[in-house]
Design a protein around this ligand. Structure first.
Ligand SMILES: [Zn+2]
Length: 189
Protein backbone atom coordinates (compact mmCIF):
# COMPACT_ATOMS: atom_id res chain seq x y z
CA UNK A 1 0.00 0.00 0.00
CA UNK A 2 2.91 2.35 0.68
CA UNK A 3 3.06 5.44 2.83
CA UNK A 4 0.92 7.66 0.56
CA UNK A 5 -1.75 4.99 0.24
CA UNK A 6 -1.82 4.53 4.00
CA UNK A 7 -2.16 8.28 4.59
CA UNK A 8 -5.00 8.50 2.01
CA UNK A 9 -6.72 5.58 3.71
CA UNK A 10 -6.41 7.16 7.15
CA UNK A 11 -7.96 10.38 5.81
CA UNK A 12 -10.82 8.41 4.28
CA UNK A 13 -11.36 6.73 7.66
CA UNK A 14 -11.56 10.22 9.22
CA UNK A 15 -8.39 9.46 11.17
CA UNK A 16 -6.53 12.63 10.19
CA UNK A 17 -4.93 12.91 13.62
CA UNK A 18 -3.45 9.50 13.18
CA UNK A 19 -2.27 10.38 9.65
CA UNK A 20 -0.71 13.55 11.08
CA UNK A 21 1.05 11.56 13.78
CA UNK A 22 2.52 9.24 11.15
CA UNK A 23 3.66 12.24 9.10
CA UNK A 24 5.22 13.74 12.22
CA UNK A 25 6.81 10.37 12.95
CA UNK A 26 5.11 10.03 16.29
CA UNK A 27 4.12 6.57 17.35
CA UNK A 28 0.34 6.56 16.92
CA UNK A 29 -1.89 5.57 19.79
CA UNK A 30 -4.30 2.99 18.46
CA UNK A 31 -7.77 2.68 19.92
CA UNK A 32 -10.38 0.08 19.07
CA UNK A 33 -12.61 2.86 17.79
CA UNK A 34 -9.90 3.90 15.33
CA UNK A 35 -9.31 0.29 14.28
CA UNK A 36 -13.07 -0.10 13.63
CA UNK A 37 -13.12 3.00 11.45
CA UNK A 38 -10.01 1.91 9.55
CA UNK A 39 -11.52 -1.48 8.88
CA UNK A 40 -14.78 0.13 7.71
CA UNK A 41 -12.80 2.36 5.32
CA UNK A 42 -11.04 -0.66 3.79
CA UNK A 43 -14.40 -2.38 3.22
CA UNK A 44 -15.85 0.83 1.72
CA UNK A 45 -12.92 1.23 -0.66
CA UNK A 46 -12.46 -2.36 -1.78
CA UNK A 47 -15.70 -4.15 -0.93
CA UNK A 48 -16.06 -6.61 1.96
CA UNK A 49 -14.17 -9.57 0.44
CA UNK A 50 -11.11 -7.63 -0.66
CA UNK A 51 -11.39 -5.23 2.30
CA UNK A 52 -11.36 -8.04 4.86
CA UNK A 53 -8.47 -9.73 3.02
CA UNK A 54 -6.53 -6.47 3.26
CA UNK A 55 -7.47 -6.16 6.93
CA UNK A 56 -5.96 -9.60 7.53
CA UNK A 57 -2.76 -8.42 5.79
CA UNK A 58 -2.73 -5.35 8.05
CA UNK A 59 -3.01 -7.73 11.03
CA UNK A 60 -0.05 -9.80 9.76
CA UNK A 61 1.96 -6.64 9.17
CA UNK A 62 1.10 -5.27 12.61
CA UNK A 63 2.52 -8.45 14.08
CA UNK A 64 5.78 -7.98 12.17
CA UNK A 65 5.97 -4.31 13.18
CA UNK A 66 5.43 -4.72 16.88
CA UNK A 67 3.88 -7.86 18.19
CA UNK A 68 6.76 -10.14 17.23
CA UNK A 69 8.79 -8.49 19.99
CA UNK A 70 5.83 -8.99 22.29
CA UNK A 71 5.78 -12.66 21.30
CA UNK A 72 9.37 -13.00 22.48
CA UNK A 73 8.53 -11.11 25.68
CA UNK A 74 5.64 -13.46 26.42
CA UNK A 75 7.81 -16.51 25.82
CA UNK A 76 5.78 -17.71 22.83
CA UNK A 77 8.96 -18.63 20.93
CA UNK A 78 9.86 -20.96 23.80
CA UNK A 79 6.41 -22.57 23.68
CA UNK A 80 6.94 -23.10 19.93
CA UNK A 81 10.31 -24.80 20.48
CA UNK A 82 9.12 -27.23 23.11
CA UNK A 83 8.59 -30.86 22.12
CA UNK A 84 4.83 -30.83 22.27
CA UNK A 85 2.07 -31.86 19.87
CA UNK A 86 1.10 -28.91 17.62
CA UNK A 87 -2.40 -28.68 19.11
CA UNK A 88 -0.97 -28.37 22.63
CA UNK A 89 1.41 -25.61 21.47
CA UNK A 90 -1.51 -23.72 19.96
CA UNK A 91 -3.50 -24.08 23.18
CA UNK A 92 -0.59 -22.81 25.29
CA UNK A 93 -0.01 -19.92 22.89
CA UNK A 94 -3.69 -18.95 23.02
CA UNK A 95 -3.72 -19.10 26.84
CA UNK A 96 -0.67 -16.82 27.04
CA UNK A 97 -2.12 -14.33 24.56
CA UNK A 98 -5.54 -14.31 26.21
CA UNK A 99 -3.96 -13.60 29.58
CA UNK A 100 -2.06 -10.70 28.03
CA UNK A 101 -5.22 -9.22 26.41
CA UNK A 102 -7.22 -9.60 29.62
CA UNK A 103 -4.55 -7.92 31.70
CA UNK A 104 -3.46 -5.09 29.41
CA UNK A 105 -6.26 -4.25 26.97
CA UNK A 106 -9.97 -3.41 26.92
CA UNK A 107 -10.65 -6.70 25.23
CA UNK A 108 -11.97 -9.52 27.43
CA UNK A 109 -11.12 -12.90 26.00
CA UNK A 110 -12.03 -16.43 27.02
CA UNK A 111 -11.10 -19.69 25.35
CA UNK A 112 -13.25 -22.64 24.38
CA UNK A 113 -12.82 -25.91 22.51
CA UNK A 114 -14.60 -28.89 21.02
CA UNK A 115 -13.21 -32.04 19.37
CA UNK A 116 -11.80 -30.32 16.30
CA UNK A 117 -11.32 -26.66 17.16
CA UNK A 118 -10.12 -24.16 19.72
CA UNK A 119 -12.17 -20.98 20.06
CA UNK A 120 -10.94 -17.49 20.86
CA UNK A 121 -14.00 -15.65 22.19
CA UNK A 122 -13.71 -11.87 22.46
CA UNK A 123 -16.43 -10.71 24.84
CA UNK A 124 -15.83 -6.96 24.85
CA UNK A 125 -13.73 -4.33 23.12
CA UNK A 126 -12.71 -5.38 19.70
CA UNK A 127 -11.71 -4.83 16.14
CA UNK A 128 -15.25 -4.25 14.79
CA UNK A 129 -15.97 -1.47 17.29
CA UNK A 130 -19.01 0.57 16.23
CA UNK A 131 -19.67 -1.43 13.07
CA UNK A 132 -22.78 -3.12 11.64
CA UNK A 133 -22.12 -5.61 8.83
CA UNK A 134 -23.58 -8.72 7.19
CA UNK A 135 -20.20 -10.52 7.40
CA UNK A 136 -17.53 -11.15 10.05
CA UNK A 137 -15.65 -7.85 10.14
CA UNK A 138 -12.61 -8.51 12.36
CA UNK A 139 -10.14 -9.36 9.58
CA UNK A 140 -7.37 -7.51 11.42
CA UNK A 141 -7.81 -9.63 14.51
CA UNK A 142 -7.90 -12.77 12.35
CA UNK A 143 -4.60 -11.74 10.71
CA UNK A 144 -2.96 -10.83 14.00
CA UNK A 145 -3.98 -14.07 15.72
CA UNK A 146 -2.96 -16.17 12.72
CA UNK A 147 0.41 -14.40 12.40
CA UNK A 148 1.16 -14.76 16.12
CA UNK A 149 0.28 -18.47 16.35
CA UNK A 150 2.06 -19.25 13.04
CA UNK A 151 5.20 -17.45 14.21
CA UNK A 152 5.09 -19.28 17.52
CA UNK A 153 5.06 -22.55 15.59
CA UNK A 154 8.14 -21.56 13.59
CA UNK A 155 6.21 -20.46 10.50
CA UNK A 156 3.87 -23.46 10.27
CA UNK A 157 0.61 -21.91 9.05
CA UNK A 158 -2.24 -21.68 11.55
CA UNK A 159 -5.59 -21.02 9.93
CA UNK A 160 -7.88 -18.70 11.89
CA UNK A 161 -11.48 -17.99 10.91
CA UNK A 162 -13.94 -15.63 12.55
CA UNK A 163 -17.18 -17.61 12.72
CA UNK A 164 -19.36 -15.02 14.42
CA UNK A 165 -18.92 -11.29 14.89
CA UNK A 166 -20.49 -8.63 17.08
CA UNK A 167 -20.76 -6.42 13.97
CA UNK A 168 -23.30 -9.01 12.73
CA UNK A 169 -25.23 -8.82 15.97
CA UNK A 170 -23.62 -11.85 17.65
CA UNK A 171 -22.97 -11.54 21.40
CA UNK A 172 -19.22 -12.12 20.94
CA UNK A 173 -16.60 -12.24 18.21
CA UNK A 174 -15.60 -15.90 17.99
CA UNK A 175 -12.48 -17.09 16.15
CA UNK A 176 -12.02 -20.76 15.30
CA UNK A 177 -8.60 -22.42 15.14
CA UNK A 178 -8.33 -26.04 13.95
CA UNK A 179 -6.50 -28.38 16.33
CA UNK A 180 -5.07 -30.11 13.25
CA UNK A 181 -4.84 -33.80 12.37
CA UNK A 182 -1.18 -34.14 13.43
CA UNK A 183 -1.98 -32.64 16.82
CA UNK A 184 -4.93 -34.95 17.37
CA UNK A 185 -3.03 -38.07 16.33
CA UNK A 186 -0.23 -37.35 18.77
CA UNK A 187 -2.70 -36.22 21.38
CA UNK A 188 -4.62 -39.51 21.19
CA UNK A 189 -1.51 -41.71 20.99
ZN1 LIG B 1 -15.85 -9.41 15.03
Amino acid sequence: MGRDGLLALLRLARLEDWAQEIEDDFRPTVTFEAVGRLSAALDELYGPTEGQWLARQVGHRAFRLGAEGLGFALGLADVGRRLLPPAVKIRLGMETLAEFFNRYSDQRVRLGEDNDFYYWIAESGGFCYGRRTTYPACGMATGLLSATLSWMRGGAGVEVQEVECRAQGAPHCTFRIPKGKAGQRQHNA
